[in-house]
Design a protein around this ligand. Structure first.
Ligand SMILES: [Zn+2]
Length: 222
């Protein structure tokens, strides 16, 4: 993996030697990668991130992972308010909602996946700590936005995506087996419905059945 060193002065020490437990994705919201790099390296702007990935897939490292980059701002996640001390921040070049939000190019996402996998190998970051900027600051931020390919990242081993929300016979079959139903029983969907969804006992898989089965499994494991 080729990483271009583009140092920014905008960083400090992680407070109390905090371990990295989060990965935060952003878009830059600026017109070009050059504009974004200039701002993220400008001492007056007082913003930065650990990495910026251009639309061509070039990875720039701005701040050492040992240091606290200034990307998260005010927000909180799972009770943590000093997200910067706990996280690695990655900026993706994209004009964002203000200047013409567009699909992230494949080469940019390929680089993001390679970089994220590398980071996950070196730090103890759980799936619950992999977030977008708008997750930690929903009243201020929209990035990385609805075009960010969360499902594709999850398929590449970065975070998880709730596939149970999808209505497929295969999904429900897998869930019912996990719950305990005999995989060979012909009427097991009807049995599940009779217990959890008595308003519709038709033996057919749909989104609601899948969601109920996933929620029941989650409740069992609490
Ligand atoms: Zn952001």
């Amino acid at each position: 993996m080729l990483v271009i060193d583009t140092p920014s002065p905008n960083f400090g020490d992680r407070r109390d030697g905090s371990a990295v437990t989060m990965l935060v994705f952003h878009y830059t919201g600026m017109r070009s990668a050059d504009d974004s790099l200039a701002r993220l390296c400008d001492p007056v702007a007082e913003v930065s991130a650990h990495y910026l990935i251009t639309e061509l897939g070039d990875i720039h490292q701005l701040v050492s992972e040992h240091k606290r980059a200034w990307h998260a701002g005010l927000g909180q996640w799972r009770g943590e308010r000093d997200v910067n001390s706990r996280s690695i921040g990655i900026e993706l070049q994209n004009p964002g909602h203000e200047f013409g939000y567009k699909t992230f190019p494949g080469v940019q996402i390929d680089s993001l996946i390679e970089l994220s996998r590398d980071i996950l190998e070196r730090h103890d970051i759980q799936a619950s700590g992999i977030v977008g900027h708008s997750d930690i600051a929903p009243d201020r931020k929209q990035d990385p936005g609805e075009l960010f390919p969360w499902r594709e990242l999850a398929q590449a081993g970065i975070g998880v995506f709730p596939e149970a929300g999808i209505d497929t016979q295969e999904t429900l079959d897998a869930l019912l087996t996990q719950i305990g139903y005999d995989p060979g029983a012909e009427n097991r969907i009807s049995a599940f419905q009779r217990r959890f969804r008595p308003g519709q006992i038709d033996g057919q898989s749909d989104t609601i059945c899948c969601s109920l089965a996933a929620a029941y499994l989650a409740a069992l494991s609490q």
